[in-house]
Structures are given as structure tokens and as C-alpha cells.
Design a protein around this ligand. Structure first.
Ligand SMILES: [Zn+2]
Length: 126
């Protein structure tokens, strides 16, 4: 007997996993398509691309940031699915108390209850 709707949570986590995998796949595919041409071979003296290149670089950096976030999130989603499988899902990994169903609904891959989340954040924030 658990305090959450395991079937609904699993469905959500699997949908999230699928979405994140697609997202990461598309971003990594995109990276290959936009590899900039070697600037040295392009020595015809055409300047004025620098702003454009800077934009492209900024886009790439933003994309990498999002990609990193997606990967981190995907790890959390996969770990949550693993916990659903082994029966530890929905319990705080710090104090072992059940995580509130409302919190799980809002954050299906939560590993701590609200109380411990705050403590952990305080400990990890300088
Ligand atoms: Zn706790």
C-alpha cells in the first residue's frame, strides 16, 4: 500500500523520459549539422561575419546549457523509474519518511521530502 498513484507517476515519468531523450537526440543531431566551417580555410578576407558567428556561438552555448539540463533531468527521471521498480520510490532518501503525494505530483522525480530538500539546499548552497 503506497501513498501515491504509482501507475500515474510511472506514466508521467515515462513520458518525461521519452520527451527528454527526444530532446537530447535532436540537440545532438543538430550539433553535427551546424559545425562551423574552418575559419582558416575561409581566408578570402570576408569579414563582417563575426557578429553572426558570435550569435551562433551564443546559441550553441545556450543549447549546451539546455542539453546539460536535459541530461541531468533525464538522469533524475531514470533514477525515479528505477526507484519505482525497486519499491523505494516516494520515500525521502534522507529521512525515509514518505514524500507528500502533492509534492510527488508536482515533482515526480523528487528524492527528498520538502523538509529535507530545504536542509540539503542549505547545505549545498554556500
Ligand atoms: Zn526527509
Amino acid at each position: 500500500m503506497v501513498h501515491y498513484d504509482a501507475a500515474a507517476i510511472r506514466q508521467r515519468l515515462e513520458a518525461d523520459r521519452q520527451r527528454l531523450e527526444d530532446d537530447i537526440y535532436q540537440r545532438t543531431q543538430g550539433d553535427e549539422a551546424v559545425i562551423p566551417s574552418d575559419p582558416i580555410s575561409d581566408s578570402g578576407g570576408t569579414r563582417g561575419h563575426s557578429a553572426e558567428e558570435a550569435d551562433a556561438m551564443a546559441d550553441a552555448e545556450r543549447s549546451n546549457l539546455v542539453l546539460g539540463n536535459s541530461r541531468t533531468l533525464l538522469e533524475q527521471v531514470r533514477a525515479a523509474l528505477q526507484r519505482l521498480d525497486d519499491g523505494t520510490y516516494g520515500f525521502c532518501q534522507r529521512c525515509g519518511k514518505p514524500i507528500e503525494a502533492r509534492r510527488l505530483e508536482a515533482l515526480p522525480y523528487a528524492v527528498y521530502d520538502l523538509e529535507c530538500q530545504e536542509i540539503v539546499e542549505r547545505e549545498t548552497t554556500p
